[in-house]
Ligand binder design. Sequence first.
Ligand SMILES: [Zn+2]
Ligand SMILES: [Zn+2]
Length: 333
Amino acid sequence: NETLALIIIFHFSQEGAGGLWDSVKKGAVVIGSGILFLAAFGNSLTWHLQRFWGASGDFWQTLWTKVYLAFEGHDAALFFVGTMLAPTLVFWVLNAFLLLVDTTGKPSFITRYRIQEDKNTPVDPVKLKQAVKTVLFNQVFISGPMVVVVYLLVSWTGDPCGPELPTFHRGLIELAIFSILEEVLFYYSHRLFHHPSLYKHFHKQHHEWTAPIGVVSIYAHPLEHVISNMLPVVIGPVIMGSHITTTSVWYCLALVSTTISHCGYHLPFLPSPEFHDFHHLRFNQCYGVFGVLDRLHGTDAKFRQTKQYERHTLLTSLTPLTQSIPETPKKCQ
Ligand SMILES: [Zn+2]
Ligand SMILES: [Zn+2]
């Protein structure tokens, strides 16, 4: 079997199938250095994290106890507030701000970071109204019922609303597992929705926006919202039997991250939205969340030859990347 695997790998390296062999080598180097780093500094890293958590842990536990007692054992209500109302509120507070920027074109401090510079200035009000309507529909009639189903599943296998908070480590490990599950499930389901026979019926709607804005993150056909948006995110906490606080934090993170991916502005000190923005621009590139599977399958090959790819980093200065890495080679001014 090992020989067979070697032959297959050799075959791929000969074929150069999307640079798979290159990916495997790079992956091995990254994982190898990761293991070496953890072996060397793992103990002191754990110690520092534990100390940080020890100092603030009491604060969070006290806060949780107050919330827990306030609900007097009404676990279903507590679950609904934590995993539906709170994440939805976070989503709308962030998107209300972004919508204000998109519709007014102000403040220029934000709009100067626009990725597709000539687009959405200002955003089409008819298209926007349609998007907001669909988003509200998906949240009320899809996300709401799905959260109830998740509650039934999780409370069947465990106690998601227990009085004691999970440890810092437990929370961190669970978030890492959730992220891996999301990357895998989102990548493949998303690619499936790009199959011509499915695309025209379902996913085309989400791609009406070639220059996306924040709310467009959950502007999708209901079936796509269930399979591609909700399932990859809710599956982790169900499998892990997570505490409601971990689940709530995860849902909020997922909504904030997808909003940033779609917002159309590459802002300083925030995760780069270039990857998914490019997916909306070019359709057949960059299907995943983190890009790991795109690298492996070569579905980022064209992206990696673009200016957008050069700009796909954490912006740590106030100069917009469209200025520091302009479209055409910089001329002497
Ligand atoms: Zn999208
Ligand atoms: Zn797509």
